[in-house]
Ligand binder design. Structure first.
Ligand code: C2E
Ligand code: CA
Ligand code: CA
Length: 713
């Protein structure tokens, strides 16, 4: 990079030097050419006033020649003040010289003259001019000869070498316009140096002006070029920055992180165990974005980036994608220190993020992996950290997990399930099991909850707890959910008893705002099931994100005549607050509460208040996971409406449930509990709800000691 820049600078230097040289040459050449032109003009101008005089001399010569033709020579004859030629005697030369004695000062002084008598070679006769005295170059004489034969009357030929050096002389070539064949031409050797000297000063000024102008435009062009170049360099630098950084947080991006990690691992070799990677994911970022808008989401991510760089000050922090960050730890040799850093990071999320006056909870999940020897590659380290992150996410978030080799097996299993699910859909390996729901009022069977089962060809029945979360992660839940909905409606429509209702679970991941109600309507239409018999169970996780759109869709489903139940009530963060958002038809108390009934006073109190709440809101309360008599009695005493649980029937075929227990099964526990349930219920209707259900239950068990009797259906 640096060497290519140096190379470029050298090239630029040479190019500009060449340009300066070229410029200087151009200025010099223009100076010479202009000087030559001015010289020619000057000489010719000086000669013109004497044209007639010279013409007279030439005429005299011509006449003389006619009378006395030269016997021995034709061509040019040189005359100087000292010599005489057959054509031009010294006195004639003196006259010529006199008549050519041009304006003194800047005059061209005649040094010699040659009369051309029409012979073919004017040069042959003037050897002294150039060979001996080196007055003129052969070139100039060639030009002179050409001028003699041309049609031009007067031509000045200054002596100038090819590289622009001016000699002391010039040749004036004169041949009268209307000269006859016999009329001789005249070559006059004149001194040009004086004229040259007089031209020197203005030429200097002109050259300086031209040179200055050229230099100025050169500098201007240079500045323009430099500015362009500078702009380009800046743009390149920006492009480089953008290519390596995330514009939102200013942190290095994935490409930089990967490159640095590869490099660190390559250099570390034996000390690779010093290198660890943390993958950090913002919990429920989508919800933050959906709830508060993308602007606040962006600021939130910037805050996350700042907190990360504060905690991991001496390490490389990068933003890999949307809400995923990574840290490369290169100097931490033990797992204890890495764990401490992760703990510090989780602790650093405790301080609330306040953006535009809104307080947003920050929660991060962290997956950590460390190289153990020099064989580790960046891809593997990142993959392991990713597996650890997955575990952190699925163990309740806002925590960190270390990579362990078992995670590979889990991931493999997940992958297998994912692939298996695609086949299961294709080869019809799903079926529905139905769990009955009974009324605590009269023991009648009210309906069923449809629960999906996967009949795997080699692994047997796989429970939804295993595959539904994976289907949710991969998006397959949409297709599976639609299948469940259609199948449940279709089967329920064919049940013998057309009073029984059917409940279908719909997970947040399969809920598509604006789409889901169409799917429900489609399933009802296809199956011709009475909408009143269908119930959709949703969990509060659905309401956390994009609440308005979800509520709108729920309303649309409800408008079809379908009822909506809130499942797993009490397990989420704010189940109660969601009750005010939507008029649910039913609340299902989660089995975690039911299973603690009678054991823990606060659970009793919670269940009692949920039932009380249901009553005041006129919402049906179902308790799920009812496994014991005591739970049933307590729920009945609390005023709960419906029960569902292993005690009343495990998920199975509808035919079996219908044949065996159209009403409460009476033959368990000596058949003594049903009247107790009834009695408990009657008592709860007479009195206010008891504060401690457990004491009440004990009292009830003792008080009621009647033999089993047939309950009324
Ligand atoms: P869920 O909606 O809370 O369903 C009740 C779960 O509790 C069922 O487990 C049921 O077998 C179990 N259960 C019922 N009575 C008792 C009991 O007395 N004791 C105990 N310990 N458990 C009881 P299952 O069928 O394994 O389903 C587990 C979860 O999978 C369901 O929880 C539901 O969230 C999900 N699921 C099941 N079917 C579907 C479906 O078709 N679609 C979607 N989206 N989720 C489904
Ligand atoms: Ca359910
Ligand atoms: Ca449930």
């Amino acid at each position: 990079m640096a060497s290519s820049l140096a190379k470029r600078n050298i090239v630029i230097f040479f190019i500009s030097m060449s340009l300066v040289l070229l410029l200087a040459l151009g200025v010099y050449a223009s100076n010479r050419l202009l000087t030559q032109w001015l010289l020619v003009r000057g000489l010719e101008q000086a000669f013109i006033p004497h044209k007639n005089d010279i013409r007279d001399i030439l005429q005299t010569l011509e006449e003389k020649r006619k009378r006395q033709p030269p016997a021995h020579l034709s061509g040019l004859r040189l005359s100087t003040p000292e010599t005489s030629s057959p054509h031009l005697r010294p006195d004639q030369f003196a006259r010529l010289k006199d008549s050519l004695q041009l304006n003194s000062g800047t005059s061209a002084v005649v040094d010699a003259a040659v009369v051309f008598t029409g012979a073919p070679d004017p040069v042959g006769g003037v050897p002294d001019w150039y060979e001996n005295n080196l007055l003129l170059s052969p070139d100039d004489l060639t030009k002179a000869r050409a001028a003699l034969t041309s049609n031009k009357a007067l031509t000045a030929i200054p002596d100038m070498t090819w590289y622009g050096r001016f000699g002391a002389h010039a040749i004036m070539v004169f041949r009268p316009e209307d000269a006859s064949e016999a009329m001789p031409g005249l070559l006059v050797l004149v001194t040009q140096s004086e004229l040259l000297t007089s031209l020197a000063q203005p030429m200097r000024s002109i050259t300086a002006a031209v040179g200055g102008l050229c230099l100025a435009s050169f500098v201007f062009a240079g500045i323009l070029l430099w500015m362009r170049f500078h702009d380009q360099v800046r743009t390149n630098r920006n492009i480089q920055y953008l290519a390596h950084h995330d514009t939102l947080t200013g942190l290095p991006n994935r490409a930089v992180f990967n490159a640095r990690l590869n490099e660190a691992l390559r250099l570390a070799q034996a000390k690779a165990s010093n290198i660890g990677v943390m993958l950090i994911d913002v919990d429920k970022f989508k919800e933050i974005n959906d709830t508060h808008g993308h602007g606040i989401g962006d600021v939130f991510l910037q805050i996350v980036g700042e907190r990360l760089t504060t905690v991991f000050a001496n390490h490389l922090v990068a933003r890999l994608s949307g809400d995923e960050f990574a840290v490369m730890l290169t100097t931490t040799s033990d797992t204890g220190r890495m764990t401490r850093l992760a703990t510090e990071m989780i602790a650093a999320t405790a301080a609330p993020c306040v953006i535009d006056g809104r307080e947003i909870k920050l929660s991060l999940s962290i997956g950590i992996a460390r190289a153990t020897d020099g064989s580790w590659r960046a891809t593997r380290l990142l993959h392991c950290a990713d597996l650890a992150l997955y575990r952190a996410k699925h163990s309740g978030r806002s925590t960190f997990s270390w990579y362990t080799p078992e995670l590979d097996a889990e991931a493999k299993k997940r992958k297998e399930i994912e692939n298996g699910l695609i086949k299961a859909l294709k080869f019809d390996q799903f079926h529905l099991a139905y769990q009955p729901q009974y009324s605590l009022k009269d023991g009648s069977l009210k309906g069923y909850e449809a629960l999906i089962r996967w009949e795997h060809p080699s692994k047997g029945t796989i429970r939804p707890d295993v595959f539904v979360p994976i289907a949710e992660d991969t998006g397959l839940i949409e297709e599976i959910g639609t299948w469940v909905l259609n199948r449940a409606c279709f089967e329920a429509a064919h049940w013998e008893n057309t009073e029984r209702r059917v409940a279908v679970n719909m997970s947040a991941a399969q809920f598509v705002a604006g789409e889901s109600h169409k799917r429900v309507a489609q399933a009802l239409q296809n199956s011709q099931l009475d909408p009143k018999r269908l119930e959709i169970e949703i969990t509060e996780s659905l309401l956390i994100s994009n609440t308005d759109a979800v509520i709108e869709t729920l309303r649309q489903i409800r408008d079809l005549g379908v009822s909506i139940a809130m499942d797993d009530f009490g397990t989420g963060y704010s189940s109660l607050s969601y009750l005010s958002l939507f008029p649910f038809d039913k609340i299902k108390i989660d089995k975690a509460f039911v299973q603690n009934l009678g054991k823990d006073a606060s659970t009793d109190a919670i269940v009692t208040s949920i039932v009380g709440l249901g009553r005041s809101l006129d919402v049906t309360i179902t308790a799920e996971g009812v496994e014991t008599e005591e739970q049933a009695i307590l729920l009945s005493a609390a005023g709960c409406d419906l029960v569902q649980g292993f005690m009343f029937g495990k998920p199975d075929t509808v035919e079996k449930h219908e044949a065996n227990f159209p009403v409460f099964p009476l033959n368990t526990s000596g058949g003594r509990w049903f009247p107790q349930i009834q009695a408990a219920r009657q008592s709860s209707q007479k009195t206010a709800l008891p504060p401690k259900l457990s004491q009440y239950a004990t009292r009830m068990t003792k008080a009621v000691d009647t033999p089993p009797s047939e309950p009324s259906a």
